[in-house]
Ligand binder design. Structure first.
Ligand code: SF4
Ligand code: SF4
Length: 318
């Protein structure tokens, strides 16, 4: 898959609001691509990500980096002594004391000064360079599916590292480049105060080798799980419960299960999906149909109602 195809799969399956952003740290000796332009004014690294998700392909050497903290963390420049010492975090009242600030700085992933000579950012679909990482702007439900996509491909849990500081530089570029693993960031003081990331958005950064397996997973997940979740197929019909009462545990069956025999096709999906063995297919006048043979076992999870293609099942609390 090329980057254009990957970008369109992520955008389509997750209904992304913004283009995924490709980021590369330009190595010493590497030429900048002709398509990448230097911005007319210096930008913070976080602002350059926003500019790229709007469609810009940018080249930012150290003189175009407005945030000295970010440029230092990315290995473009030597960090100033005031930032390195933690002193500025105290002035901004973002840390309680120097010892805590220094501990946070010491644990922060960084590249050594001079390792890289510029940053390149562009929409993934049009990136004229090989990205190191791809940054996604997401809301939590989309981030959940990104996690599911990686777990679908690997069977493994994800572990994220973030401090709430130095979001787009340390959390979204250095951390995933050093670890080779996806990382999340909720933004930071600087990124949220100086860019237009919305309050309900967060970032996820994906090292390039993980993109294709995740995209393949999303194609599979979007066949059933993603649309079902978005349709909230297990959402209780809230108004059905007005005036009714949820019995205490141990009172016997909690719910009545209504199966519309006019609609039921007898395909057995509800029987297969019910985790409690409540339902069975029984022979009726017109062939097999679903019946609630053990209603006392029903936990009212709504799985059967959500999975029935005929919308033949309704539940009501007794
Ligand atoms: S899933 Fe619906 S149509 Fe299929 S057997 Fe169950 S109630 Fe009938
Ligand atoms: S609501 Fe859940 S437990 Fe009850 S019959 Fe349907 S699938 Fe089974």
């Amino acid at each position: 898959m090329d980057y254009r195809e990957l970008s369109s799969i992520f955008k389509a399956t997750l209904s992304l609001r913004w283009d995924p952003v490709a980021v590369r740290l330009l190595r010493v000796g590497e030429e900048k691509p002709a398509e990448a332009v230097e911005p007319p004014v210096p930008l913070r690294h976080c602002q350059s990500i926003i500019a790229a998700r709007r469609g810009n392909c940018l080249y930012l050497p150290p003189r175009s980096h407005a945030c000295p903290d970010g440029a230092g963390i990315l290995g473009l420049v030597e960090m100033s002594p005031k930032l390195r010492s933690g002193e500025l975090y105290l002035l901004f009242k973002k840390m309680p004391d120097l010892a805590t600030a220094r501990k946070m700085i010491a644990s922060r992933p960084e590249f050594p000064a001079g390792k890289y000579r510029a940053t390149l950012v562009a929409p993934l679909a049009a990136a004229p360079f090989e990205p190191d990482v791809v940054i996604f702007t997401l809301w939590p439900e989309q981030a959940m599916w990104m996690c599911c996509a990686l777990t679908y491909a690997t069977g493994e849990r994800q572990y994220f590292k973030t401090s709430g500081f130095n979001s787009t530089c340390a959390d979204l570029v250095v951390q995933p480049m050093q670890s080779g693993e996806m990382n999340v960031s909720f933004g930071c003081y600087g990124a949220r105060a100086s860019s237009e990331i919305d309050d309900f958005e967060l970032y996820l950064s994906v090292p390039v080798p993980l993109l294709e397996p995740m995209a393949r997973s999303l194609l599979k997940l979007s066949q059933k799980s993603i649309p079902e979740e978005r349709q909230k197929i297990y959402l209780h019909p809230v108004l059905d419960r007005v005036g009714s009462r949820k019995p205490e545990a141990g009172e016997g069956a909690q719910v009545e299960i209504f199966i519309d025999t006019e609609r039921c096709l007898g395909d057995g999906l509800c029987v297969a999906f019910c985790p409690a063995g409540v339902l069975e297919l029984v022979e009726g006048a017109g062939g097999q149909q679903a019946r609630a043979v053990h209603p006392e076992k029903c936990s009212a999870c709504y799985t059967c109602a959500g999975q029935c293609p005929q919308r033949a099942i309704q539940l009501a609390y007794r």
